[in-house]
Ligand binder design. Structure first.
Ligand SMILES: [Fe+2]
Length: 232
């Protein structure tokens, strides 16, 4: 790595590190008034019209956002209340039932979070710019094409998600394979781009041709919001 590249790489990693620590500070450092009560998660509105995507229909976006994603928010809220009502020290407490609720909590919370990344990173023209995320992807994968090929390979095999994450354990971008919503997660790695490959994301539009959906996903990426997520 030449000195210029090294400075830019350190600068980019530093920005990511600030982002991660800032995210952590939302829990540790935010004001007490901002810490929400259990069961108070809210559905985040789409930032673009339901019919704005190319190759992903208004019907699929509507079902996906209003039914599937909203369902995870609702389920997470319900589980958080159930954990309170059935937790240690309550009359209803049963350790095995409680453990099942905790597993459901991880599934539903992860489903909610990843869908919010997914909908947020769509709605653009798919054209990468010269942002820090694009620079990091090229630095870590060799080229945008190599990165995309890797994401599509993972997306073709996962039963859940292909995630492009910034990982503070080595300061690099990684594409991780996640089955369901939580199986394969890497601790502290921050999802920057989330590719949903559940059949509900594409089957109505593309049938069994998942590859056509993968192409559509990348054609709709919003690189501006992707860079905001990395920085934030
Ligand atoms: Fe989904």
């Amino acid at each position: 790595m030449n000195p210029l590249d090294r400075r830019k790489f350190v600068s980019a990693v530093g920005a990511g590190a600030v982002g991660v620590f800032a995210t952590g500070n939302m829990v540790v450092g935010q004001s007490r008034a901002e810490a929400q009560e259990p069961g108070a998660h809210k559905v985040q509105a789409l930032k673009y019209p339901y019919d704005a995507l190319q190759g992903i229909s208004k019907q699929v976006v509507t079902w996906h956002h209003d039914k599937h994603y909203a369902g995870y928010v609702k389920k997470r809220n319900a589980i958080e209340q159930q954990l309170i009502d059935n937790g240690p020290g309550t009359d209803n407490f049963d350790a095995r039932i409680y453990a099942g609720l905790k597993r459901s909590e991880s599934f539903s919370a992860s489903g909610m979070i990843l869908h919010e990344v997914y909908f947020d990173n769509l709605g653009g023209d798919g054209k990468p710019g010269d942002g820090t995320v694009e620079w990091l992807i090229k630095r870590c994968f060799g080229s945008m094409d190599k990165w995309m090929t890797d994401m599509k390979t993972i997306g073709g095999q996962a039963t859940g998600w292909a995630l492009c994450c910034w990982d503070p354990s080595d300061g690099r971008m990684h594409n991780y394979l996640v089955d369901q919503h939580e199986i394969g997660a890497v601790w502290a790695a921050k999802p920057i781009i989330a590719l949903d490959v559940f059949e509900h994301a594409y089957y109505h539009d593309q049938g069994p041709n998942r590859g056509k959906y993968l192409d559509a996903f990348f054609d709709n990426l919003h690189w501006g919001r992707i860079n905001e997520r990395y920085a934030g």
